[in-house]
Write a protein that binds this ligand. Structure first.
Ligand code: SAH
Ligand code: SF4
Length: 358
């Protein structure tokens, strides 16, 4: 395992303002900061050795601070441990090794010419949802913003090289609970949406949360521009707590009130994610309870048939039960769609990520 001396810092952890301030204090100019920033977020893989297109003071700065024996900085270019391709050819799951030896998973999904990346935000997860492989492995640590960003840069590289395409959507639905790692996530997303960097539209970035009430309110108060998805899975406290231990911390009425606040404050819809588990949360009665719970809210409901994981015995709902669940919610006036299942044969589907080399 490689350990990183604490004084070393990732250049991918810098915001633009921080990078500019650092270079200026080292005697360089704002123009140098722009040049370095564009390269860091464009072709960081070309940085394994000193790139030849850097000249003068910036080249000397990089020799000293990035490439010398006494370097101050490093780059978040994750090492690919394995790449697994699904049989439909549309999904690629990457097991990526971080500098400290921990591994995470990142999934690239193609949908008829447009590409989405599913990004991890933590090594493991502390929330312990019983049906989720990441929850079953427990929490190791938060990812730094550079490590979150590094996954996006990695798939952009793959898309450029193998498909001649660019990335369209980002979903924070990989390993971990994004709102448990709020600051690093928001910092990484600011860079991802930076027009001088990866330049992804903020409208195409979705944060999925298990429902951390203070963080949902914080997103509303800060005018957070990204889309929000809430993993609900239960229509009462009792139903929810059986699946999501953290549900004990924030009762359903507080959670729904925070979502209504978000709706009102930002005028934005919330995506409700509902994993359909046979005999557990897929009955017509529960569909009616859910319709009542969400009454008057601006939501779009996504139904996800349960994906199998080793640590949970439940199974996906029958197709007919899912359709009936959908019908009841639609009749109550909600937009309801089924999530397209992707990458199940390579354990890259929702909730199947647990960072093991296969
Ligand atoms: N921690 C965040 C984001 C990562 S999980 C969250 O919970 O929202 C991404 C989505 O996968 C969540 O909606 C989660 O409920 C769902 N999920 C987890 N395990 C699953 C499984 N085995 N089958 C289907 N969906 C699952
Ligand atoms: Fe964590 Fe989300 Fe999995 Fe729950 S579903 S354990 S919050 S990653």
């Amino acid at each position: 395992m490689l350990s990183t001396p604490s004084k070393l810092r990732s250049l991918h952890d810098f915001s633009f303002a921080e990078l500019e301030a650092q270079l200026v204090s080292d005697g360089l100019s704002a123009t140098h900061a722009h040049t370095l920033w564009r390269s860091l977020h464009g072709h960081a893989d070309a940085f394994q050795t000193m790139p030849t297109n850097f000249l003068g003071p910036l080249a000397r700065w990089m020799e000293k601070h990035l490439y010398s024996e006494h370097a101050d900085y490093f780059l978040d270019v994750p090492e690919i441990v394995t790449e697994t391709r699904s049989s439909d050819g549309l999904t690629r799951k990457y097991l990526l090794r971080l500098r400290d030896g921990n591994t995470i998973e990142t999934v690239l999904m193609g949908y008829e010419g447009r590409f989405t990346v599913c990004v991890s935000t933590q090594v493991g997860c502390a929330m312990g949802c019983v049906f989720c492989a990441t929850g079953q492995m427990g929490f190791t640590r938060h990812l730094r913003s550079g490590e979150i960003l590094g996954q996006v840069l990695h798939v952009q590289r793959v898309l450029r090289q193998d498909f001649g395409k660019s990335l369209r959507n980002i979903v924070l639905m990989g390993m971990g609970e994004p709102l448990h790692n709020y600051d690093a996530v928001m910092k990484a997303l600011t860079v991802v949406a930076d027009v001088r960097g990866p330049s992804l539209s903020w409208q195409r970035i979705t944060i999925s949360t298990v429902g951390l009430v203070p963080a949902i309110r914080r997103m509303a108060d800060e005018g957070c521009p990204y889309s929000l998805a809430l993993s609900l899975h239960g229509a009462t406290d009792e139903q929810r707590r059986a699946l999501i231990p953290v549900g004990r911390k924030w009762p359903m009425d507080e959670l729904i009130e925070a979502c209504r606040y978000y709706n009102r404050k930002l005028g934005k819809c919330i995506f409700i994610e509902w994993t359909l588990i046979a005999g557990t949360n897929d009955s017509p009665e529960i569909a009616h309870q859910l319709a009542k719970l969400l009454e008057g809210m601006d939501v779009h409901i996504n139904l996800i048939p349960l994906n199998p994981t080793a640590g949970y015995a439940g199974s996906a709902s029958a197709h007919s039960a899912g359709l009936e669940f959908q019908r009841i919610l639609r009749a109550a006036g909600f937009p309801v769609t089924f999530r397209q299942r992707r990458g199940i044969d390579v354990a890259a589907g929702c909730g199947q990520l647990k960072a093991q080399a296969s």
